[in-house]
Design a protein around this ligand. Structure first.
Ligand code: UD1
Length: 429
């Protein structure tokens, strides 16, 4: 298995291009199942999760084409792909494919809405808590689907198509909102989604669906209204910038010190996280190319955070922020409210010398003066990148094992950091 070697202690200086958001690209690709026309998506990151979804869509019969490179594009500028679901041959998403990535479960919504049936394996994905799908199924049932669980599969059917309904989520769920949006887009009548997720990726999906002919208002607010239409058409859409990648590199700079411009990204996608980062002492400014992050000399101030649905502090940046707080002056309290069991990075950070105590959903981090490199193991996507950040700031060498988690979510990580002066390399197994 590949490993990443980091020799820490060098500040980051330069420019990092931010990729398209994985968490937007996935539902957008899935939305291609809603139409027989071609959906062209630009700025799609090159990631293992994207490749896995291409295989899953291919298994349904979706044609996939990568559009040729244009002048000026590098391997780090996202790819443009065309997806055409004109000839769907199979409405089953098998266990072997779905178990590698949780978001692939969402294919259930467009398959059901367009073909009246879907059989989708219960999902796998990051080992961060139980992550049930009850609310996704509740949304589909409200839209009129009949649902059974059979041999590890969810079998969903509808007789005369989905019907508009009131869907009131008892808990904010990003996946639930995606599923409700895609189902409602082709349902007969009006759907109101209450307590909807407000994440930018939900807005991006809604905007793409609108280009495809869907009638949706209120995306980005807790109340989304969808007037169902009989059919959707093709469209071209550019995936929005990855706010988690943006926040991750911003935290890396805040931790190592230096001066980096994060290109092709937007501060409004993660204002609460940037506010927190500014409170720790990083200087954050908007520049025409994107966001500039600087920290020169001064220490890192300890700040408390609680993860929350958007616009709150994202759970997907919790591990990275904890890495930063290990070097803060004083105590920081980090509460995780979205996923149980999302503190698997704690014991690995401890191997670098971090002092962290866990108490239920609360991590209490006592800042230390320095971290020291060590061999560590990546446990999930965001946890593994927190180890990269910590390794960049630690003295000496850090070796990160099981880096396939990183490849699921961070495009060209070593190249992007290496160009800013980080001493980081991948050792192929
Ligand atoms: C998405 C993101 C993930 C992020 C998460 C929260 C993608 C591909 N993944 O995951 O990176 O960490 O949002 O911002 O976009 N829940 C239920 N029942 C359900 C569904 C969810 O109880 O049927 C719970 C979950 O266990 C969790 C909370 O709701 O506690 C939020 O989960 P959700 O927003 O659905 O996360 P995902 O969409 O899976």
């Amino acid at each position: 298995m590949d490993r990443i070697h980091i020799t820490g202690g060098t500040p980051l200086n330069g420019t990092i291009p931010i990729s398209g958001a994985k968490n937007a690209a996935l539902p957008l690709m899935i939305a291609s199942l809603l139409t027989g026309d071609t959906l062209e998506l630009a700025n799609v990151p090159r990631l293992a999760d994207i490749a896995a979804l291409v295989r899953i869509l291919g298994n349904h019969g979706v044609d996939h084409m990568v559009v040729g490179k244009r002048p000026g594009q590098t391997t780090e500028t996202g790819q443009t792909i065309r997806l055409t679901a004109s000839n769907v041959i199979d409405t089953t998403a098998p266990y072997e494919l779905v178990s590698t990535m949780r978001a692939s479960f969402w294919v259930i919504a467009p398959l059901l809405a367009r073909f009246g049936e879907a059989k989708v394996s219960l999902p796998g994905g990051c080992a961060i808590g139980t992550r049930p799908v009850d609310l996704l199924l509740m949304a589909l049932e409200k839209l009129g689907a009949r649902i059974e669980i059979d041999g590890g599969y969810v079998v969903a059917k509808t007789k005369n198509g989905l019907r508009g309904a009131e869907i009131d989520f008892p808990k904010v769920t990003v996946g639930g909102t995606h599923v409700a949006l895609m189902g409602a887009a082709l349902a007969y009548g009006t759907t109101v989604i209450a307590n909807a997720a407000r994440e930018p990726e939900v807005v991006d999906l809604a905007e793409c669906l609108i280009k495809m002919g869907a009638r949706i208002t209120g995306a980005g607010t807790p109340r989304i209204v969808v007037e169902g239409v009989a059919r959707l058409n093709g469209a071209r859409h550019e995936v929005l910038p990855d706010r988690i990648e943006t926040g991750t590199y911003a935290m890396a700079v805040a931790m190592t010190g230096g001066d980096v411009i994060l290109e092709n990204t937007r501060a409004d996608l993660l204002h609460s996280a940037l506010d927190v980062l500014a409170t720790t002492g990083a200087e954050i400014t908007q520049v025409p190319e994107g966001i500039r992050v600087r920290r020169n000399g001064a220490g890192i101030a300890a700040v408390d955070v609680t993860t929350d649905p958007f616009p709150g502090f994202p759970t997907d940046l919790q591990a990275q922020f904890m890495a930063l707080m290990t070097l803060a002056q004083g105590q920081s309290r980090i509460r995780e409210t979205i996923f149980e069991n999302r503190f698997m990075h704690v014991q690995e950070l401890a191997r670098l010398g971090a002092k962290i105590r866990l108490d239920g959903d609360l991590a209490i981090v006592e800042g230390v003066e320095r971290l020291k490199g060590a061999p560590v193991m990546a446990t999930d996507l965001r946890a593994s990148v927190s180890l990269v950040i910590a390794g960049l700031a630690a003295e000496g060498e850090t070796q990160i094992n099981r880096v396939y988690h990183l490849d699921r979510g961070f495009e060209a990580l070593e190249a992007k950091l290496g160009r800013c002066g980080a001493r980081i390399e991948r050792v192929r197994a």
